[in-house]
Ligand binder design. Structure first.
Ligand SMILES: C[S@@+](CC[C@H](N)C(=O)[O-])C[C@H]1O[C@@H](n2cnc3c(N)ncnc32)[C@H](O)[C@@H]1O
Length: 374
């Protein structure tokens, strides 16, 4: 590791994370079971209000304005040009949910709302803005129709314009979506990068690698390894800064492009994080077949996605609904479903490793006998 490279934090053991999640799940169900059902269900359905309140709190700049310490609503409203009474009501609502402190009329950040500041090292600001964005609200409002028909809510509303094309046309939403991806990947990269011995490869090509957060972490862990980052031109524009931050810019080529029109040839490993879950089966098989055609004979495909039923907790099931809504045939797949896709593409599943994140890391190699008929 070269001297300029920041240390990659260690990842918590998977068993500890899973046990903690299981305990949290049991406690939440126990607490719910103690309430009269009518109030328990009211609590659940109203939790959406908390989500929207956090979105407004973040979008309006209130989290950033509380960086130096607690302040009262009047001072915040004056600085941010908000309505004083309504600001107080928003802050009070968040304080009553335990998400802000409230003493003598002044409101302050808690550990959970501190990460909504844009300068926090574990900032989730973009993620909160993305989840509460009107674009997301619209697709979730169309869940009934998606369940009735099985069809993507996005396609119903936007026709042939994919979400990627839409984001290209809306720079502010583009910045928030890709900022959110970067935040999520930054938090999970230390665990994902250690799930596989990437040091065994000559090079790694990350398809749809966003701003390069995961690839940069992998390269920082393996000083002999070279990388190639593929994503749309506007997305990889933020990659040089990320690669430089990890001290790996000299070992990573940035290749703007569309992986559905061609996969760079000859790499030893191909990485695809949160790519297959956005594709229907036929497109996923097409991409995997193209990777098989492009990769070295002894190469591997490394797929990072939720592999159902891992992990515990509701995350995977709701992410799966998000994919039902925004993609055309995308889904979180079981191990058997993933194996079937790989076989159609002439690949064989070698291993699936659970990580301390909601994602698993699956590794595939060329299949003896080529593609299956299925
Ligand atoms: C869900 S994001 C995942 C980003 C990154 N792998 C991560 O997990 O942080 C999907 C990424 O794939 C990129 N993408 C989607 N379709 C693509 C295509 N046909 N060619 C290149 N990039 C594509 C998007 O721009 C986006 O950055």
């Amino acid at each position: 590791m070269n001297g300029a490279t920041p240390k990659i934090p260690s990842a918590p053991p998977v068993a500890v994370v899973r046990a903690t999640q299981a305990v949290q799940g049991h406690l939440a169900r126990f607490a719910r079971g103690m309430s009269p059902p009518a109030f328990a269900v009211l609590d659940l359905v109203m939790s959406r209000w908390i989500s929207d309140a956090l979105g407004a709190f973040t979008r309006l700049g209130l989290a950033d304005a509380l960086t130096a310490g607690p302040r009262d609503a009047a001072a915040l409203a004056r600085e941010l040009e908000l309505d004083r009474g309504a600001t107080h009501r928003l802050l009070r609502a968040l304080a009553r949910s335990g998400l802000l402190t409230e003493h003598g009329g002044a409101f302050g950040l808690t550990r959970q709302t501190e990460v909504l500041r844009r300068d926090h090292p574990s900032s989730m600001r973009n993620m909160v803005l993305e989840v509460t964005a009107p674009r997301n609200g619209e697709v979730w409002a169309a869940l009934d129709e998606a369940v009735r028909t099985g069809a993507s809510a996005w396609a119903r509303a936007h026709g042939d314009v994919t979400m990627w094309d839409y984001l290209d046309e809306h720079p502010e939403e583009h910045a928030i979506f890709h900022g959110a991806m970067r935040e999520l990947t930054r938090e999970s990269a230390p665990s994902l990068a250690r799930a596989v011995d990437f040091g065994a490869f000559r090079d790694v090509c990350d398809l749809g690698g966003g701003s390069g957060e995961l690839l940069a972490t992998i390269l920082a862990l393996h000083p002999g390894l070279r990388g190639r980052l593929v994503d749309a031109e506007a997305v990889v524009a933020s990659a040089p800064a990320v690669l430089a931050e990890h001290g790996v810019a000299d070992r990573c080529a940035i290749a703007p492009g569309d992986f559905m029109r061609g996969v760079p040839a000859g790499c030893h490993a191909y990485l695809a994080k949160n790519i297959l879950h956005g594709l229907g089966d036929d497109l996923a098989v097409r991409l995997l077949s193209d990777i098989r055609g492009a990769m070295a004979a002894d190469g591997r495909v490394v797929i990072v996605d939720v592999v159902v039923p891992e992990p515990t907790g509701p995350y995977l099931a709701y992410l799966d609904l998000q994919m039902l809504l925004v993609s055309d045939g995308g889904r979180e797949r079981t191990r058997a479903e993933l194996e079937a896709l790989l076989a159609r593409a002439g690949l064989a599943l070698e291993s699936v490793v659970a990580t301390a994140t909601p994602m698993s890391v699956a590794v595939a190699r060329q299949r003896v006998g080529g593609a299956s008929a299925g």
